[in-house]
Design a protein around this ligand. Structure first.
Ligand SMILES: Cc1cc2nc3c(=O)[nH]c(=O)nc-3n(C[C@H](O)[C@H](O)[C@H](O)COP(=O)(O)O)c2cc1C
Length: 248
């Protein structure tokens, strides 16, 4: 099956090199509008978007994420889980406050911000823009809260560096569907699974053949490496969650 929406979705790759052309105001407005049309939990629209244009703040974001190339993107968004706005609209009784501070509402804000993130990425790609989603803004949540003046009951979730692509990287091969799509219940995995072994080979071939940063890496090895990082590196996430008044 094929149509322009599927082609856009199936052509995705993260873009980390951009031309010097900034996004126009019309492009930014269009992307925000696309994000706003995404579904939100209980129609509560519990997220906000911050466009970061101040070079000093972009430099701080580059330090936090370790991604200095973000300063050359055509635009930068920080997606924020947000119950602050709805708190302003709501009653000050115990039930309301318990709801606003609950894990459920924290997750709802994170869902809304994440779904809007993907809408921006896909809308951008449909316009010929490229982007990279950045979880690495969470490397220093307390600093980011301060940098962006985030009020209580908000939390930064993801960054998006977006712009006109100056690269066209190869697409990363995805898991075979049989390893991630199950019918009527979960299928547990064996490390000798043939489909997994074939996928490991596919990923190894991808890393050998791609134009930049070639290396020896299977998917299994990649996951082991990712999970060997110091979990304390992002201890600031929980500190930030509590600092912002969530889960009280
Ligand atoms: C939640 C999330 C967080 C991510 N964080 C980062 C990041 O901090 N830095 C980065 O370079 N890429 C980041 N990425 C992009 C992934 O590395 C990328 O999507 C993945 O390697 C697959 O490559 P592709 O998007 O080109 O298909 C993130 C993606 C997601 C969905």
């Amino acid at each position: 099956m094929a149509n322009p929406t599927l082609t856009t979705l199936q052509s995705h790759r993260s873009i980390r090199k951009f031309t010097s052309e900034p996004l126009s105001e019309a492009e930014v407005t269009t992307l925000i509008d696309a994000a706003q049309h995404a579904a939100t939990s209980t129609f509560s629209q519990q997220y906000s978007i911050i466009s970061v244009t101040d070079p000093a703040k972009l430099a701080a974001l580059a330090e936090i994420t370790g991604h200095h190339w973000l300063e050359k993107a055509g635009h930068y968004f920080v997606m924020v889980a947000d119950q602050y706005r709805n708190q302003c609209l709501s009653l000050n009784d115990d039930t309301t406050q318990a709801n606003l501070h609950s894990l459920d509402k924290l997750l709802a804000g994170i869902f809304d911000a994440s779904i809007a993130t993907e809408a921006i990425v896909t809308a951008g790609e449909s316009l010929g823009l490229g982007s990279t989603i950045m979880g690495s803004i969470l490397n220093d949540v307390p600093r980011l809260i301060n940098l962006l003046d985030l009020p209580k009951l908000t939390l930064p979730v993801l960054g998006i560096a977006i712009g006109h692509p100056a690269e066209q990287p190869e697409q990363k091969p995805r898991l075979p569907q049989q390893l991630m799509h199950f019918t009527n219940g979960y299928h547990t995995l064996s490390s000798t699974d043939r489909a997994l072994q074939a996928y490991d080979q596919l990923v190894a071939d991808y890393y050998h053949q791609r134009e930049t940063h070639q290396r020896d890496e299977t998917f299994t090895h990649h996951i082991a490496t990712e999970l060997s990082r110091d979990p304390q590196q992002r201890a600031g996430i929980l500190i930030g969650i509590h600092q912002q008044g969530w889960l009280h």
